[in-house]
Design a protein around this ligand. Sequence first.
Ligand code: BDR
Ligand code: CA
Length: 306
Amino acid sequence: MQKVIIDTDPGIDDAMAVLFACLCRDIDLVGLTSIFGNVTTDIATRNAKVLAEMARLDVPVARGADGPVQQAARPVAWEIHGREGFGGVAPITPDGQPLDETAAEFICRTVTEHPGEIVLCPVGPLTNLARALELDPSIAGKVKSVTVMGGSLDEGGNATPHAEANIWQDPHAADMVLAADWDVTLVGLDVTHQVKCTPEHFAHLAAQAPVLGGFLNEAVQHYFEFHRSVDRFDGCYMHDPAAVVSIVRPDLFQVERQPLRVIVDGEETGCTVRAAGSDRPPASVCMQVEVDAVRNLFLDTVSSGF
Ligand code: BDR
Ligand code: CA
């Protein structure tokens, strides 16, 4: 069992990732932390709590930062995920409340209480991880590993021609995370642009697991519309669930080991680039993926739910 904290901006593919983690028997989801990106931090916090309650798990949710560490906030991606984050699903009010501590405080405390055990899995902008490193730099030596959905080495961007959305939202935070001395894996567009799902996959999920699969099927329709109009295919990318899958099945991904940095100004802001020869620790960047196996693990796991 891997103890995992998912740092998330739910978000339609975030919902897939969180519900997969809730149902995966190899993951002990010890917390969710919220961040702006697809939606505001207020909505992300509410949606994270909703996902945990929907999965009938008592997973704590800690509210994250409202904006980037340095640059001005960029617009949230409501056109991709809907104004409330779950496409056309009407807003849901959770029963419970988030914790009193911030996301950075929760991350630092939990990592310190479980040295060497926690996998941090940010699937939104990296602001909360950067804030946690500022709050207690010693956590870098205490986490087990960090699996980031974000970045792109050779695939180009999706927020700009150069930048993947999670890095673009807070490039300075992403650069801080890549500079820290911890074991980072990047699951970026080089692989997530290969892992696609179709409307048929989600109709099947809804039939197999009417509550959780039905919810995802309803939410994902908005995501399909976006991809039909912008990317010209009838389906969607599985960005965030692919990152969570890589924690339990790293064998399904081939990586390149490189020190990395993030361009933080100019036209290429938010671009993740190789920093060979720098004194930074190498990160593992996923460059190849066994697409069918990743998608099937996600579909089978959610289908096993209710
Ligand atoms: C990332 O950006 C967000 O829109 C998705 O949730 C995912 O985390 C993909 O670039
Ligand atoms: Ca996300």
